[in-house]
Design a binder for this molecule. Sequence first.
Ligand code: DCP
Ligand code: MG
Length: 455
Amino acid sequence: MSTSPRSLDVKRDWGHDETGCTVLHVDMDAFFASCEIARHSELAGRPVIVGTGTRAVVSTASYEARRFGVHSAQPIATARRICPQGVFLPVDHTYYSSMSRRILSVLRSVTDRVEQVSIDEAFLDVSTALLRWKRPTVIGAWLRREISARFHVTCSVGVASNMLIAKIASTNAKPDGLLFVPRARQAEFIQMLSLRSLPGVGPSTARSFERWGVVNVAQLARLPERDILKIVHSASVAHTLFLAARGESSRQVTPCSPEKSISAERTFTRDTSDRGCIRKLLCRCSDEIATRLRAHDLVARTVTLKLRFANLRYATRSSTSRLPFDSAGAIRDLFYPVLDDLLVRYADSVRLAGLSVSRLSHRAVTTIQPELEWDAAPETAMDSKQSATMSPVAKAMPKTEATSAIESSAPRTSHSCIAAQEKAERALDNIRSKYGQRSVRLGFYDFEPRDSRDE
Ligand code: DCP
Ligand code: MG
């Protein structure tokens, strides 16, 4: 949920000269909540709030819930108080990521010049696509219709001559709208807005400008660049803001994948020092992350463990593997040793625990060569006695898939153990794709690491 201020005044017809307007910004409306409504049509029109656990924060809220004052990053407890009739749902990243990928493929059907900037937003450079489409607003309107018809979610689109104006236009088109700003009117458009509407101007920068009596873009446009420099203390930021105040931006759409890391974390209902409990939660996180890695055809090399303690201090530790991985078993083998180390070092109960994986690369372009270490590494895995626990849905389905997922997880030799774990996890992917994310769960029996058990 964008926190940039929106202005009803700018949501209007700005004219029809589309010359030079080659940038589209597409941002899904209340994305996680819309995805939930797309698969539970009975929730349409109701205040839907997506977030997890009793102490977690709101990820997003449907526009119906926003009317009650619910917003992203608000504690769930507050949301429940101000919107007791809300429908509260847990976050299902795997599902939202798969929706995101499918929506992105619609954008890519228009042009390959797509820069995805988050799970639910992307810029398109349509300069080449215009040879076929003629007008950028026709592309924007088609995308909105296509996405809504195929996925039952809405998006908002900004159309302009540069990325800055396209982004601000889509924000102000929300929800479910399209806003076109002709090149000749982009300065006028942006100068109607508050300073906080500019991407990158947060509360602290806004306060610095306020001391100079500058609270909106029109006032910023009257400042010479050297005065802006005195306020922001960075020549490049000053120049960017100087241009922005005139509706200009030099940033070009750069096709790329935004994913540099994948993470999952949870807040405990009550602070805990129970290692088994912490391990179990982290094993769930590793399953979630590995599922997302495989869904994106990615492999990772580094795992970072993050703990937040009762006294609100954070601690993180990273471990890097020689071999790229995409299985929960491999993630677990990397975080287990550092977890024990952190728990001993900080000697405090844990409020939140999470994992992230980084150094990502596409499986198709990554050389995965078993090394000699391959045979040594899985010893930990052999101790772990991995298992899968099935929901009633999974139990009711044809035997072959469910049972092979579990049976193949039984380790035999060290080498075959890793292969078996990976096979088991891929079987879970198949089951989940047919019967839903919650149909089957990767289970781990807790175990003492080899060192402490040998003592
Ligand atoms: N998100 C999150 N925590 C936040 C902000 C966002 O988990 N603090 C997730 C949930 C959002 C998704 O990212 O659905 C996209 O973020 P946006 O900022 O685009 O917000 P929405 O799409 O939910 O709403 P909007 O209609 O304002 O774009
Ligand atoms: Mg959005």
